[in-house]
Design a protein around this ligand. Sequence first.
Ligand SMILES: C[S@@+](CC[C@H](N)C(=O)[O-])C[C@H]1O[C@@H](n2cnc3c(N)ncnc32)[C@H](O)[C@@H]1O
Ligand code: SF4
Length: 380
Amino acid sequence: MSGSIRHLYVHLPFCAHRCGYCDFVTVVGRPGQHAAYVDGLLAELALERELLAPELETIFLGGGTPTFTQPRELERLLTTLPPATEVTVEANPETVTPALAALLRRNGVDRISLGAQSFQPRLLAVLDRVAGPDDVRRAFYHLGDAGFDNISLDLIYGIPGQRPSDLDADIGEALALRPEHLSCYELEAKPGTRFTHAHGAELHRQAEAMEDYFERVVQTLLGAGYRWYETANFCRVDPRGRDLRSRHNLAYWRGRDYLGLGIGAVSTVSGERWRTTPRLGPYLAAVGAGRRPLREIEPLPDSVQREERVMLGLRLDEPLPLEAVATSLDPGALARLERLGLARRVLGEGEAPAGADAGAVTLTTRGRLLGDGVTADLLA
Ligand SMILES: C[S@@+](CC[C@H](N)C(=O)[O-])C[C@H]1O[C@@H](n2cnc3c(N)ncnc32)[C@H](O)[C@@H]1O
Ligand code: SF4
């Protein structure tokens, strides 16, 4: 029997060290456990296999640092996963050697998300990063030499001590590599991290300046010809017509179901959200014994699904069809945001402008720059 889920996330939690700002589910080192973990992932995949459609659209190996996983184990995982149209792997620059790039390429990976974060050594030091700017460039070239033609760079802005000129320099260095895709995140102070302990107050003080930084990122990348297709994500407009958006992340933002494997992984399946235990020991014990790992299960009533669809869908530059979400929107708020030039109603040919569920809605550039607050206003 096969199911209908076409998007698979696989969590590889191992990292060489823990960066101070990071609160993802990670495990430092433990090379001796990588094989057992890959066994666990494959056992979990076998248990959930019937949820997956016969043909997958996307697979995303995220972390942690997937490319820190012992190469033999990473290869065993990649050769056993089902094929998919887009296969992305997150990579840390210092782990990308010509051999690793070739391993990924020959095992069906066609997209890389490379965590650069910054090109300024002193800002990378604030973030506790291992890789320096030269490691980022070297990794990028190794990946290109191995045949990758769809590489995304992650940048973080709002790092304490970052001046506007540093931000311009970071974007300039990133653009010089001509990546197909860029993700630019504002640094968040995650509760309980070393970074928040050391710099949380400073980050709070500079919150207002950050609004200008976001606008600076957007205007610079639009000026360089990138498409601002999601609040924090940009892609090159390909002359050959290739769509360079992340298909995997588009599936999240469009509210599609997806299956997540591994510790801390999240899935949405038939009106429920599952969160797998973040603890390695209990996870390995369960899947090793042929049982499903411990998961928190959160029911997602239709109203919650619609609200999430609005919050995520309006981060995109594509109009959100109103038919599916109209009952969760406040028509008065929509009319007000239209008058303020923050939202725009897009009507199809012959559609009556009066119907609350007619056509689609999108935020204007100004609305998108103001962000999630504008979208939250729309919710009834
Ligand atoms: C799963 S994380 C880490 C991937 C990879 N291990 C790395 O370090 O590059 C994916 C991305 O989330 C972003 N990120 C992680 N923590 C963040 C934080 N506290 N604030 C903003 N962005 C963050 C980083 O840009 C990072 O590349
Ligand atoms: S930022 Fe990346 S490398 Fe650093 S601890 Fe988090 S997942 Fe690991």
